[in-house]
Design a protein around this ligand. Structure first.
Ligand SMILES: NC(=O)c1ccc[n+]([C@@H]2O[C@H](COP(=O)([O-])OP(=O)(O)OC[C@H]3O[C@@H](n4cnc5c(N)ncnc54)[C@H](O)[C@@H]3O)[C@@H](O)[C@H]2O)c1
Length: 741
């Protein structure tokens, strides 16, 4: 058992909070969860708060206290999610929340002032603890971030954090942070009045101790007096108009609820409950809002949305630890220098994330013009970050100093990893592979960012196929969180582990899949897109299909997506998929007319929707190009079709086509696990997160029920709806993908 030495020197079982009293009377209270790499709030923290802030600080030798973390780079990272998992009823959740309220009140009512000295992640319950302290001093380190990310797990802050934040920053700013879960950096915290001081880490505790003694000398109520804001500033006048009177507040909350519905389609309950808590606080004060908070906390904890979001959190956490190979002894090779072939959309995006990951990058293209465009793309991203204060000018310059450009193979010898993002053309991929094998040093890895060509085909002429791997990024690379690493039967495990390690440093969530046509992510979208096209043939309008799919939770509808990805790209990949995978990938024959009509989508402003001036003329929002039906040889959409084909049928047919294909990938061993299939679909393709991914979705609805629906379509529509064998097997065995039941 861990032991620790207390102030009187005796050995006791390790506690979360330890107290060290300095000669000046400042008690340094250290939060250090025994045996864990980071601090979380677990089941026994409330008892500890009772002991320390209720009793120990009464010691007359103690004048004031500083709360610090015993972990190197986190203050407190939030509630212990494993503990939350053990709650089985809403009333238990509500009671847990009330226990938290009592613990936090101990801190607020502490006999001596407590100043939080914060370095590192101060998230969720951690920020709520910090906000309940009488003052906060933050380190100016980049690792110091504050946030209330509960909403991202379908929950809300359960220890009055929203209300305490609102007290400091006003309702609107508190709403912004509570509804988004976004990070607040130290400088921002200072300007908002959340931090009382921001100082370099080496003097953090000293400054906090000085402030604590000052607060003790001032006496109760402990706390730094907020600077009075000028009542005449525009921002303050708006705030007063909206927040300080009941009519303004009503309007504010009404607009906020509308905004939430617009953004999330009403699928996520937590944002509404967050607004309920803030509204109860604004109208009736902290005491009145506590009950609303505790009640909502219990309900949200039991909601299926929160369950799914927490599962996703655990899956991504597990992926962070996954080396990408099943053999724990396999180690990634050292990578310092990356060479990128192709400075187009993808090459430039990969360059940016590689520089951010600390790699030096040599960017190669055919001419200076292409390189110029690529470098500008990277510079625009970093300049945008400087503008948003996410990065300093110095950090920008340092990052860009890692980038060099070239039009020849000189310098390729320095690269540990070469990533190609040249045009999607097998002969060209072979050409660059041969160049790399001739010019790079032995053992350098060749990774392809192809979106559709099997890596085995690219590697076929390689002298060292063991060094060839797929690294499939998504556009825009700096925003999309997924990297799909593709291994062939020849790729060495060490090379796979290296690609995974690099992806993680680039900030990606990485899944590893086996090679095949379209791998996983480029494959599963095919049947969904096709089904949408078949629905068009049944007389439905483009916008009816797109809107129905959005209402199910997809970020955009299939035709919007096709315009974005490029109709030409889909038309190029389609026949290859049909040849390899058959019937399920055959689109309605009329779709070829789109490319004959030069429709490529947004890129040439000719697609399913109108772009440019034609769109502007019709006002805000998206407008379908009415000529699309004529091009496809279809009559104008039939208003009666919407009566025949319900939204639910559109949603089911398109989404289940996707799900069935995902199960094919699972059954064929393309995926290593259902977990990877869920994460790939959510992070790469926008499968609705609150449904947990295709495999969780099947588990939730029930494999037998999903099979029944697919078999129904099979009978009614035809062969393309044959159920994936793995689904049939699972349903017959009465099992689920994620292993229970
Ligand atoms: N665009 C996407 O959404 C997306 C997503 C995932 C993967 N991909 C894949 O990434 C690759 C690149 O796609 P993109 O959209 O960036 O294309 P792009 O047309 O924007 O860029 C390709 C670049 O490669 C350069 N190039 C051509 N031959 C070269 C050579 N021999 N040496 C060096 N550079 C050369 C071109 O000059 C051009 O700048 C393709 O294989 C594509 O399938 C694209």
């Amino acid at each position: 058992m861990n032991t620790t030495t207390t102030t009187n020197g005796s050995a006791k079982p390790a506690r979360i909070l330890t107290i060290d009293v300095r000669p000046d009377g400042v008690a340094i209270v250290t939060y250090d969860l025994p045996g864990e790499p980071v601090n979380t709030l677990n089941a026994s923290f409330a008892e500890e708060f009772e002991r320390v802030f209720g009793e120990a600080l009464s010691d007359p030798l103690i004048k004031a206290a500083v709360l610090v973390s015993g972990k190197p780079d986190t203050f407190i990272a939030g509630a212990d999610l494993e503990m939350l998992k053990t709650v089985t009823t809403a009333s238990q959740g509500t009671e847990l929340c009330r226990t938290g309220h009592r613990a936090i009140l101990r801190l607020v009512d502490s006999p001596k002032p407590v100043v939080a000295a914060i370095h590192g992640a101060c998230l969720g319950g951690g920020l709520e603890v910090a906000l309940a302290c009488h003052a906060r001093v933050l380190s100016d380190d980049k690792k110091t971030v504050l946030a209330l990310p509960e909403v991202q797990l379908g929950l809300l802050p359960g220890m009055n954090g929203l209300q305490r934040l609102a007290e400091k920053v006003g309702l609107q700013v508190a709403m912004d942070y509570g509804l988004s879960g976004k990070n607040m950096r130290a400088a921002k915290a200072k300007s908002l009045g959340v931090a009382d001081d921001v100082v370099p880490q080496p003097i953090l505790v000293e400054v906090a101790a000085e402030l604590a003694l000052k607060l003790a000398a001032q006496g109760r109520p402990f706390g730094v007096k907020a600077k009075k804001k000028s009542a005449f500033s525009a921002a303050e006048l708006t705030r007063l108009a909206l927040e300080a009177n009941p009519i303004g507040r009503k309007l504010l909350f009404k607009k906020a609820r509308e905004e939430v519905t617009k953004k999330s389609g009403g699928h996520y309950p937590a944002p509404y409950r967050i607004l309920d808590v803030l509204a109860a606080f604004a109208d009736g004060g902290l005491q009145a809002s506590r009950d609303v908070e505790a009640q909502a906390f219990g309900e949200l904890l039991m909601s299926s949305v929160s369950r799914r979001l927490v599962e996703i959190f655990f899956a991504t956490t597990a992926l962070k630890k996954d080396t990408g190979t099943d053999d724990a002894s396999v180690k990634a090779r050292k990578v310092e220098a990356i060479e990128l072939l192709g400075a187009g959309l993808m090459g430039a995006g990969i360059t940016y994330v590689s520089l951010s990951g600390g790699y030096s990058v040599r960017l190669k293209d055919r001419d200076d013009e292409a390189l110029g465009r690529g470098v500008k793309y990277v510079a625009d991203i970093v300049d945008g970050r400087v503008k948003k204060k996410q990065m300093t000018r110095l950090e920008r310059d340092k990052l860009l100093s890692g980038l060099t450009t070239t039009t020849d193979t000189s310098g390729m010898k320095a690269a540990d990893l070469v990533i190609e993002a040249v045009f999607e053309d097998l002969a060209l991929k072979h050409k660059v592979l041969a160049e790399v094998e001739a010019s790079a040093r032995p053992g350098a890895i060749f990774a392809s960012n192809t979106s559709s060509i099997p890596i085995g085909k690219i590697a076929a002429p390689a002298k060292h196929p063991e060094n060839v791997v797929g690294m499939h990024y998504f556009s825009p690379v700096h925003k999309m969180p997924l990297l799909e690493v593709i291994r062939t039967k020849d790729t060495s495990p060490e090379v796979v582990a290296t690609a995974v390690a690099v992806g993680k440093k680039q900030g990606k969530t990485v899944i590893v899949v086996n090679d095949g046509y379209g791998f996983y992510t480029s494959r599963v979208l095919g049947p969904l897109m096709n089904e949408a096209s078949y629905l068009l043939l049944e007389g439905l309008a483009v916008e009816t299909i797109d809107k129905a799919m959005q209402a199910w939770g997809w970020p955009v509808g299939p035709f919007t997506l096709l315009d974005e990805v490029g109709i030409d790209v889909a038309a190029h990949v389609g026949p290859i998929m049909v040849e390899a995978l058959g019937e399920r990938f055959v689109p309605p024959p009329t779709m070829v007319k789109l490319t004959q009509d030069q429709r490529k989508g947004r890129k040439n402003e000719r697609g399913f929707y109108l772009y440019g001036d034609a769109a502007k003329k019709l006002g805000r929002g998206k407008h379908v190009d009415p000529s699309i039906y004529g091009v496809l040889g279809l009559p104008a959409p039939d208003p009666k079709a919407s009566g025949r084909v319900s939204s639910e049928e559109i949603q089911m047919r398109c989404s289940l086509a996707f799900v069935n294909e995902a199960i094919h990938c699972y059954g064929e061993g393309i995926l290593r696990s259902a977990r990877d299939g869920d994460i790939g679909a959510i992070f790469g393709l926008g499968f609705p997160p609150f449904r947990g991914g295709p495999f969780r979705y099947v588990d939730t609805v029930g494999p037998a029920e999903i099979l029944r629906r697919i078999e129904g379509y099979h009978e009614r529509i035809g062969k393309r709806w044959a159920p994936a064998p793995a689904l049939v097997e699972l349903a017959r065995a009465g099992k689920t993908f994620h292993g229970k039941g």
